[in-house]
Write a new protein. Sequence first.
Length: 133
Amino acid sequence: MIKLIVGRKGSGKTKQLIDQMNAVVKKEHGSVVCVEKGLKLTFDIPHSIRLVDVEHYAVEGYEAFYGFIAGILAGNYDITDVFIDSILKIGNADLEALGCFLDKIEKLDTEANLTLTVSADASELPESVKKYM
């Protein structure tokens, strides 16, 4: 399942993401992964969550990021949740390509829940992205 947290910069999306991560860690028994560009959340999330910095792996663009996420999920079948902060920074703010990326991710054979933050007003999003809200 894909869930989006949408709002303009400074609207509290990352705080919502952190709250959701904390709630998941308390109830889930599998692995939880948080992916971000840069390590801003290092001290904000529990140590039991695997924090991954895409900059460390030189991942840029949605195609490369799709392969990265697919690899993470393929490498550990115990992953219950993947949280992705600031997806538009990873995908170079291309909203149309974001819709294609989400469609492709949805087709992965996984039980993991994916939650992403999108720094944009909901009215700016194309229909291909809105359907995941």
